[in-house]
Design a protein around this ligand. Structure first.
Ligand SMILES: [Zn+2]
Length: 297
């Protein structure tokens, strides 16, 4: 992925120095407990997949947390300076490209895209959805329209989950931006309402459909990104598809427990995640991503 030199978004909020991340114990929460790196990585993976459907974290899915937590107190906004490190610059460049693509697609349909912010943090940070923590993995908070990302996740993705490559990381960012789109389009709210009317198993199916739709939206972004910039090659697409498969619920459950329990999936299987990313990539339209209407996912 030839990302160097591309426009960098001014919507990155860098809290890695801990300046705005003091609530919840600051940036050393995980390390301060003396937890080994391996444990952190496992907790992170397990958290991302098993417990931490972003909507659950946010209390948006009824019955699990007693509703949306009160917004965190307003923290001092970091000045809109671009990150100085390559990884931070990479994230800012990918985010900028998601802005380019989604602004244009919304404009073409007579709408206006509202950019999300992306917060870089370490350890723990306040969010409108409660304290965000590294162990949750990357997540999106509808309450403040921000994606929260600890860059350490990309090491886990590459080293522990076997999904290296710039574009594997870009796919993760685009997936979270996909949740922002769902928020803007009112889809998350609809799913939240629907979940309150159904049982746990059906609720999980809705969760999976929401996640697969975010994968599909990431594919739509990749489609238009490549059309506009031509910065991907076949190995990039392969890296994203590989990442999609590595973070399938079945793969992660097998790694963590040795068994697979499809009823407990909240993100979708490896095959499903690959299929929906590919669908978005091939079709390039939001309409192609109606996982809720699809007969089979
Ligand atoms: Zn997700």
């Amino acid at each position: 992925m030839k990302w160097e030199g591309g426009r960098q978004s001014s919507n990155v909020e860098d809290r890695r120095d801990g300046s705005a991340g003091t609530a919840g114990g600051g940036g050393r929460r995980v390390g301060g407990r003396g937890v080994g790196l391996g444990t952190v990585a496992i907790a992170l993976v397990a958290g991302w997949v098993f417990g931490i459907n972003p909507l659950t974290v946010l209390g948006l899915l009824g019955g699990e947390g007693g509703g949306l937590p009160a917004p965190a107190p307003q923290v001092q906004q970091a000045p809109a300076a671009h990150p100085q490190d390559p990884m931070g610059q990479f994230v800012a460049t990918v985010l900028a490209d998601t802005e380019d693509v989604w602004r244009e697609l919304f404009r073409a349909q007579g709408g206006q895209y509202q950019d999300p912010k992306l917060v870089l943090f370490r350890g723990a940070t306040p969010t409108a959805c409660g304290t965000g923590q590294t162990a949750m993995g990357p997540f999106y908070c509808p309450g403040d329209h921000k994606v929260y990302l600890d860059l350490g996740f990309f090491d886990t993705l590459s080293q522990q989950l076997g999904a290296p490559g710039d574009f594997a990381a870009a796919y993760v960012i685009a997936h979270e931006v996909g949740h922002h789109l769902q928020n803007l389009l009112g889809l998350s709210a609809k799913v939240q309402q629907a979940r309150q009317r159904v049982g746990r198993a059906e609720g999980n199916v809705l969760s999976v459909k929401l996640e697969l739709q975010a994968d599909c939206f990431a594919g739509v972004w990749a489609h238009h990104s490549q059309k506009g910039k031509g910065w991907l090659d076949a190995s990039d697409i392969q890296a994203a598809l590989n990442a999609a498969s590595r973070i399938g619920d079945d793969v992660l459950q097998k790694a963590a427990r040795g068994t697979v329990v499809p009823e407990s999936f909240t993100h979708g299987s490896a095959a499903q995640r690959q299929r929906w990313f590919q669908t978005g990539l091939n079709k390039g339209t939001l309409e192609a991503c109606d996982t809720f209407a699809a007969r089979s996912i």
